[in-house]
Design a protein around this ligand. Structure first.
Ligand code: GDP
Length: 444
């Protein structure tokens, strides 16, 4: 849905979920990504800048609640501000009064007739039996389209292709269906000129006196939706909006955000040509899906669950200072087991992706498991001071873990290589403290 907008935003969120430090630079980078995505999605530039400013201000000034990671904090801010952008709360359609008169408005081609069918079906599923009145005297096919649709759905329709008086049709329809619970009025989407169309809407609106006027807007027109909605709002008190064609439309984000500004809530969205391609619009659910929150939540949870922060920091400190022991290596394996392969984890940390010591990147899960078993047969003093592991100890450990002495030697070799590489990494710019902090933050 919404073309690439969802993908770009999800990518930005994923990038942030993987960031170890969320400083000013990181926030600015994320805000840039979001801006780029929204502008490409035809969201009004003014709205984009207002949104970015809010996100930036909040991300830099609001302190996360205790126990909430910096990345989760910023993701939540982005989510909240995006929800505000498309209308804050869900406004479900409520049928009050009888007959409940719904008048549809919208330009020809916006998807009005299709959407009437979708809403009728939706109401049917809720146990209502709506009737439809066709007042579109300009498009001959409109009546036929509705006739076919209502026959399929077994819904009553009133219309008369011979009658060219929309107001008269509305009056007769109203009379015919006065005992129905819900009456839906279809109206023209085109006239000889626009002003005539708007005049007719005004007149129809005073005759029908709708409980709810629903404006249908084509989502593919992007931010132009704003002017269109405003023009219709002058003729009738628009109570709600349905944005159509959001399936794959690159400009849908623009339509949604600009329409939300009008003040009438978006109640439904159209997501395809079929009768069931219709959804109740709930800003929180919609944005959470758009941002890929499900995936990101998992990523964050994975990092949160992973390890005891103190153990992580201590391990990293040892790694960097050259005091790295087999005990630390065991902790490291534990972290890997919980968070996924080391290479993948390191890739999520900006600036570290390519710098993983060769020994660590070659590790496979099988190998890690094998090493864990061997280490479990070591004594504490051996883990803390691996230098003492010589010939007889190697044989004892091998026997205890059901492994060959060569495999124990292999582990010791891996340990020494990692220790050396980690020490080098610490010296090469990424200081131990910085690296420890990175890992510590990431594993919070
Ligand atoms: P009307 O002139 O406003 O009554 O528009 P129609 O209902 O005849 O729809 C115009 C075109 O838009 C038709 O080809 C519909 O199938 C298509 N359409 C309507 N809603 C959607 C939608 O949500 N997604 C897509 N992809 N097409 C839609």
């Amino acid at each position: 849905m919404l073309g690439n907008l969802g993908r770009s935003l999800t990518d930005a969120m994923k990038k942030m979920a993987g960031m170890a430090v969320i400083d000013k630079k990181a926030v600015k980078e994320i805000v840039k990504d979001i801006q780029r995505a929204l502008i490409q999605g035809d969201v009004n530039i003014k709205l984009v800048f207002e949104l970015s400013k809010k996100i930036e201000d909040r991300a830099l000034n609001e302190k996360p609640d205790k126990g909430v990671t910096a990345s989760k904090h910023v993701i939540t801010i982005v989510y909240e501000e995006m929800v505000n952008l498309v209308g804050k709360e869900a406004h479900p359609l409520e049928i009050t009064g009888k007959p409940y008169k719904i008048m549809f408005l919208g330009l020809q081609g916006s998807g009005k007739t299709t959407t009437i069918g979708k809403l009728a079906r939706y109401l049917q599923k809720k146990g209502f039996n709506p009737a439809i009145v066709s007042t579109d005297t300009w498009r001959p096919a409109a009546y036929e389209q509705l006739k076919q649709l209502t026959e399929e759905l077994h819904i009553s329709l009133y219309g008369d292709p011979e009658n060219k008086d929309a107001v008269d049709l509305a009056k007769k329809g109203l009379e015919k269906f006065k005992n129905q619970k819900i009456i839906i009025f279809d109206t023209a989407g085109r006239h000889k000129d626009e002003q005539d169309l708007f005049d007719e809407m005004k007149e129809l609106s005073s005759v029908v006196n709708p409980n709810e006027a629903i404006l249908v807007i084509d989502g593919t027109i992007g931010q132009q939706a704003h002017d269109q909605a405003k023009a219709f709002a002058k003729t009738t008190d628009v109570g709600s909006i349905i944005v159509t064609k959001l399936d794959g439309s690159a400009k849908g984000g623009g339509a949604l955000s600009t329409v939300a500004e009008i003040g009438a809530p978006i109640k439904f969205i159209g997501t395809g040509e079929k009768i069931d391609n219709f959804e109740v619009f709930d800003p929180s659910r919609f944005i959470s899906r758009l941002l890929g929150m499900g995936d990101i939540q998992t990523l964050i949870e994975k990092a949160e669950e992973a390890v005891d922060e103190d153990v992580a920091e201590e391990t990293m400190k040892h790694m960097m200072s050259g005091k790295f022991t087999i005990k630390d290596m065991e902790n490291q394996f534990q972290m890997m087991g919980k968070m996924g392969p080391m290479k993948q984890i390191m890739n999520m940390i900006p600036g570290l992706g390519g710098k993983l010591p060769k020994e660590a990147s070659k590790m496979t899960e099988d190998k890690i498991n094998q090493y864990k078993i061997i280490i479990s047969s070591m004594k504490e003093e051996e883990k803390l001071n691996p230098k003492i592991i010589k010939h007889s100890r190697i044989h004892r450990i091998a026997k205890g873990s059901g492994r060959k002495p060569e495999e124990v030697k292999d582990l010791l070799k891996y340990y020494k290589g990692t220790k050396k590489a980690m020490k080098g990494l610490g010296k090469r710019g990424l200081g131990g403290g910085q690296m420890g902090r990175l890992m510590g933050q990431f594993m919070k």
